[in-house]
Design a protein around this ligand. Structure first.
Ligand SMILES: Cc1cc2nc3c(=O)[nH]c(=O)nc-3n(C[C@H](O)[C@H](O)[C@H](O)COP(=O)(O)OP(=O)(O)OC[C@H]3O[C@@H](n4cnc5c(N)ncnc54)[C@H](O)[C@@H]3O)c2cc1C
Length: 389
């Protein structure tokens, strides 16, 4: 039995050269979204064997679910450098760098050709259900770092890996409707404000969704404030825009050092805290901030941010560049963090508004990350029952 004791230690990434034992095993990347595929491109660029496991039936399966939404960040921030090198070597022409693609365009013009190049290195329909160390549950210590990772798919198939880059995103685990505080997304927030000011949309603030029930008139949503005061509205349709949370359950047998609030690593939490940062002010970061006590396991991409809505693809690309450099034993490159965002911030609402003026909106809404809070409107606690038509 291992008898390790456990104080809350800061996590130092271990400068392990690729292990002799297990060195022949591939690095497994979970998820073929923008960041998982960027990780694959960096691994390919460094000649490291890898396999991408994707639960969906296409690369960018989660992006496809918001394919109709136009990104606020133009192409030049949405393409990873290693992916670009691979694609250009194959004769690909980058789309107009100033154009913000929709999710569907991001797939058609970038993710799908990249996935095609990576070929059999990507397995579709391969949903990871559990990860551990071969022969080690979370408690056993002696010899743990030399044991390969064991990855189980929901088909029951098991695979081994020398390291795991978990880019499985958060899109499939939305926050519950009842969570208080709706994380507004920049451009959406700006447009909503205009609609609120024109009186087209009625904004209820201080609305703590407590219960939802079907009535003959529609759906009644009941708010109960911390004071106990209740109010209600009856609506035709509820769209829950309550954000996402990471699902760490399949890594439950690994030793993770998670921030108790955000669910990111504890080292990353202060850099992405939405109370302090919008996405444009998050500093570049890499393997140092992403390391867990479990060497060789890295959550990257939007999953790495936990509940913080401040993620940008560009930041995720820098994460995987650094992590893959560390896996290659190139610690100098791993620790040199580059992130080249414009001073105004790629997610500033002014950029998003300029894009809207230029290309219009794909659906009447645009994606965008937290920047401008909606203005508060006074709620008459007795005014329940009205619907918003
Ligand atoms: C509407 C919207 C607009 C956005 N606009 C922008 C923008 O303009 N600019 C920007 O920089 N960012 C934007 N983002 C944020 C972010 O860049 C994207 O969410 C991006 O897709 C995150 O990439 P990812 O690879 O980390 O995760 P995802 O794209 O979520 O990919 C995760 C992949 O993992 C797969 N997967 C999940 N679970 C498993 C499992 N158990 N086993 C195997 N595979 C699994 C999924 O099927 C999916 O393909 C936006 C996000 C949303 C939702």
């Amino acid at each position: 039995m291992s008898g390790g004791c456990c104080g809350p230690a800061a996590v130092e990434p271990k400068e392990l050269a690729p292990r002799a034992e297990g060195a022949e095993l591939p690095v497994v990347v979970i998820g073929a979204g923008p960041v998982g595929l960027a990780a694959a491109a960096h691994l390919a660029g460094r000649g490291i064997d890898f396999l991408v496991l994707e639960a969906g039936d296409q690369a960018g399966a989660s992006v496809a679910r918001w394919g109709h939404v136009r990104t606020f960040s133009p192409w030049r921030f949405n393409i990873d450098a290693a992916a670009r090198r691979l694609l250009e070597a194959d004769g690909w022409n980058a789309p107009d760098t100033d154009w913000p693609p929709t999710g569907a365009e991001l797939i058609a013009d970038y993710l799908a050709p990249l996935a095609e190049l990576l070929g059999t290195k990507i397995r579709l329909g391969a949903k990871v259900s559990a990860i551990s160390r071969l022969g080690y549950d979370r408690v056993r210590t002696n010899g743990r770092d030399d044991a390969p990772f064991l990855i189980r798919l929901d088909s029951g198939e098991e695979l081994q890996a020398r390291a795991v880059i978990d880019a499985s995103g958060t899109y499939t685990s939305p926050n519950v409707l009842g969570g208080s505080g709706l994380p507004a997304r920049g451009a959406l927030g700006t447009r909503l404000r205009a609609h609120v000011e024109s009186g087209r949309i009625r904004l209820l603030t201080g609305f703590f969704t407590h219960r939802v029930r079907e009535t003959a008139e529609g759906v009644e949503v009941i708010s109960r404030a911390p004071s106990g005061a209740e109010q209600s509205v009856t609506v035709d349709l509820i769209v829950a825009a309550t954000g996402y949370r990471p699902d760490h359950s399949f890594a439950a047998e690994l030793r993770l050092d998670l921030d108790p609030i955000l669910g990111s690593t504890r080292a990353l939490a202060p850099l992405i805290d939405p109370n302090q940062h919008s996405c444009g002010t998050v500093p570049g970061h890499g393997v140092n901030e992403l390391s867990h006590p479990e060497p060789g396991y890295y959550a990257v991409g939007v999953k790495s941010y936990g509940r913080a809505p401040t993620f940008l693809m560009a930041t995720g690309y820098e994460q995987v560049r650094s992590v893959v450099a560390a896996l290659a034993g190139d610690w100098e490159a791993a620790r040199e963090v580059h992130l080249d965002l414009p001073e105004t911030g790629v997610c500033s609402s002014s950029l998003a508004e300029a894009q809207e003026r230029r290309v219009g909106l794909a659906t009447g809404i645009s994606g965008g990350l937290l920047s401008i809070p909606l203005p508060p409107a006074t709620v008459d606690a007795g005014s329940g029952g009205g619907c918003c038509g």
